[in-house]
Structure formats: structure tokens, C-alpha cells
Design a protein around this ligand. Structure first.
Ligand code: ATP
Ligand code: MG
Length: 354
């Protein structure tokens, strides 16, 4: 159903996104070696990734780099190699897998099953080269790929090399910390490994108002709930075009909560989630949280925000240092910079900082 709160896996649970799906699937079918899917949190990146990989008949593995990072505190080459190979094993007959793995240093098949051991001596270039040499297309999809920067291995270079040299291995990378992923890949920086590489980029946007309204109406129709138009309008006023929030509102209604209870519960849950997601930035410096507070409370110009933060901190701040704070908030997707200043692109994030 449209209000299923998990990342979607099937097209019939997705509202719209026809155009984005068609670009993604078209690129997968054409064998484009590098596809980048960008968008702030909760716009449906993982869902689109799932649906397109499910629909295009290509062997693939999906890796959540954020999860690897939280398990290891970095993204070690051996962990990545293990996940890639586990994905490969699942899609290929055992004999073929045995062939593919033969003699790769640091990798061995354990026991009679398909359990695989990978140690730190593994060379990811070799692993990809071997998969490539098996002659069948294999796509490595890395969700939240900006986390690849937490590694001693230089993954941007690995990807650049694979894009140039390998015929059968392709990548899809998604990122919600849009600026960080862009900085990591540096596709448009002449000095970088990935510069000038052929790739397709898809940027997910918030739903427009009419889409958000239609999404809720269709969702309620599907679960046969007769919801007052007034409430639908109000939910969209409060949640804007962030499909993740709209979905949770619909799900709360599905569970039987009233309009008011659904919004209240959603805001409470969202606040907790958002502040916990934000805590890693706040650990770097509480100034990030103060700047968010200033913007949430109506300061949008660089100078206004700086003055508000200075007031909260009780001291003058260096211009350059403060610019870094705002630039980082933009890179992490917490702020958007427009000609009218800095804005918070998600109403519940704004609310959490008020
Ligand atoms: N087009 C859509 N139609 C219906 N539901 C959607 C759609 N896109 C996303 N959703 C729902 O919105 C929520 C967020 O989706 P998803 O996890 O795919 O987004 P994401 O961009 O990967 O988020 P995150 O940045 O948190 O990883 C999920 O509940 C999902 O089911
Ligand atoms: Mg996701």
C-alpha cells in the first residue's frame, strides 16, 4: 500500500516518480556505468533503488554504506568486498562463484554453503576485475554512498578505475547528504579521479502541493478511509512535499489515530529521529544546532544568522569559521541556499529546531 512505511520495493506501492524511474531503469538497461541518485532525506531514494533493481533484469547487490559505517566506524575494504561478493554469490551458480573467487588473495569460500571469508589483505580492484571477467553484467548499488569517504581506501578512485576499465561492472550511488556525496565523487572537478566520467544523475525533489494532496487522497482511497478534505489540506500544509512524512501521517491514520493525534505523534517521533540524526554534527560543534535554531526562528540571511548565533554564544565569531558552519549544513542537506538566503528544506526539521 502507498502508506507502507518501509522503503518500497514494488512499483504499485510507489506514487508517481515515473520519470525518475524511467531514467534509472533506462540507464540500467543501457549499461550506464555510473548512476547517481541524489535527494535530501525521506524523499524515496532507497525505494526508487529497490524498485528499479527489482524491475530491470540485471544481477545486482545493494549495500547500505551508512550501516557498514555504523557497524565498523569506517567502511573497511574487507567489509565492502565481503558484501559485494555475498551479493554476487546470491545471483550466480556455485560453480561459477568458485571460479570467480579462485586465487583472489584474502578471499575464501567457507564450508559447503556459500559463506565467504574476507580478510584485510583483499584487493578490491582484483575482486571487481574478477567479477568483470565472468562476462555478465553486475551492478553494485551503494545506498548513502557519502559514507564511503570514511575509509583508508580511496573508493572514488576505485570507482573511476572501474568505470574506465571494466565492461560489466556498474555502480548506482545514492546520497541524502547531497553535498557530501558530490564532494566525495567530485565528478565536475578537473583534479579529481572521477572527473569527466560518463554518468547519469537523478535528483529527487519534494512533491509539489498538488502531488502531495493527490498522494494522500489516493492512499486513503486505497485503504478505504473516508478522510475530510480539510484534514488532507492541513496535513500537506504541515508536512509539505516530503513523501516520507506524508506516508507516516497516512500510516498513523491507517492505525486508527485521529487527524490531530496522527500529526502530533508524527511530529514527536520526527523530532526525536531528527535530533538523533543531527547529534553527530552537534558533537562536532554545538554551533551547528545554534545556526539551525536561528534559521528555524526566521533568520535567513548570512549576517542575521551569524548575529543570532553570536547572541546565543555570547561572543563574536570569525566570519570564515561561521561560513564553514553554514556551508557544512548545506552539504549535509540541513539547509538550502537560495538567493533569498538559507532555508530548512523540511518543515519537520524546522519544527524540531524551533
Ligand atoms: N513515491 C513514493 N510513493 C509512496 N511512498 C513513498 C514514495 N517514496 C518514498 N516513499 C515512502 O517514504 C518513506 C521514505 O522513503 P525511502 O526510505 O525510500 O527514502 P530515502 O530517500 O531513502 O530516505 P532516507 O534518506 O531516510 O534513507 C518510506 O516510508 C517510503 O515507503
Ligand atoms: Mg534511504
Amino acid at each position: 500500500m502507498l502508506f507502507n512505511p518501509k522503503p518500497k520495493t514494488r512499483r504499485d506501492e510507489l506514487y508517481d516518480r515515473e520519470e525518475e524511474l524511467s531514467i534509472l531503469e533506462g540507464s540500467l538497461k543501457k549499461g550506464v556505468p555510473l548512476i547517481v541518485l541524489l535527494g535530501i532525506r525521506r524523499l524515496g531514494k532507497s525505494s526508487l533503488l529497490n524498485v528499479s533493481l527489482g524491475e530491470v533484469p540485471v544481477k545486482s547487490v545493494k549495500i547500505d554504506a551508512r550501516k557498514v559505517y555504523s557497524a565498523f566506524g569506517s567502511v573497511p575494504g574487507s567489509a565492502l568486498a565481503k558484501l559485494i561478493l555475498e551479493g554476487y554469490i546470491k545471483t550466480s551458480p556455485r560453480e561459477r562463484v568458485k571460479d570467480a573467487l579462485k586465487g583472489i588473495k584474502g578471499v575464501r569460500l567457507a564450508g559447503v554453503g556459500l559463506e565467504i571469508r574476507v580478510d584485510s589483505s583483499v584487493n578490491l580492484f582484483k575482486v571487481l576485475e574478477r567479477i568483470d571477467s565472468m562476462g555478465e553484467r553486475f551492478v553494485i548499488a551503494i545506498d548513502e554512498a557519502q559514507y564511503l569517504r570514511f575509509s583508508r581506501s580511496r573508493y572514488a578512485e576505485l570507482i573511476a578505475w572501474a568505470v574506465d576499465e571494466l565492461q560489466n561492472v556498474g555502480f548506482i550511488l545514492t546520497g541524502s547528504e547531497v553535498g557530501l556525496l558530490e564532494d566525495f565523487l567530485r565528478l565536475h572537478d578537473p583534479e579529481s579521479a572521477l572527473f569527466g566520467r560518463a554518468h547519469v544523475e537523478v535528483k529527487l525533489r519534494r512533491f509539489e502541493r498538488r502531488q502531495s494532496l493527490d498522494f494522500l487522497r489516493k492512499g486513503f482511497e486505497e485503504i478505504e478511509l473516508d478522510i475530510d478534505e480539510h484534514e488532507i489540506e492541513e496535513a500537506v500544509d504541515e508536512l509539505d512535499g516530503i513523501v516520507g512524512w506524508l506516508t507516516l501521517y497516512g500510516y498513523n491514520r491507517y492505525l486508527g489515530l485521529s487527524h490531530g493525534e496522527s500529526l502530533r505523534k508524527l511530529k514527536d517521533d520526527a523530532r526525536r529521529l531528527i535530533l538523533s540524526e543531527f547529534s553527530k554534527l552537534n558533537e562536532l560543534s554545538p554551533r551547528y544546532g545554534l545556526a539551525m535554531r536561528a534559521v528555524a526562528n526566521g533568520r535567513h540571511r548570512w549576517k542575521e544568522i551569524k548575529e543570532a548565533v553570536e547572541l546565543l554564544e555570547g561572543k563574536r565569531l570569525d566570519d570564515k569559521n561561521f561560513s564553514n558552519v553554514l556551508n557544512n549544513l548545506v552539504r549535509y542537506g540541513y539547509l538550502e541556499k537560495t538567493i533569498d538566503g538559507y532555508f530548512i528544506p523540511d518543515p519537520l526539521i524546522e519544527l524540531a529546531f524551533k
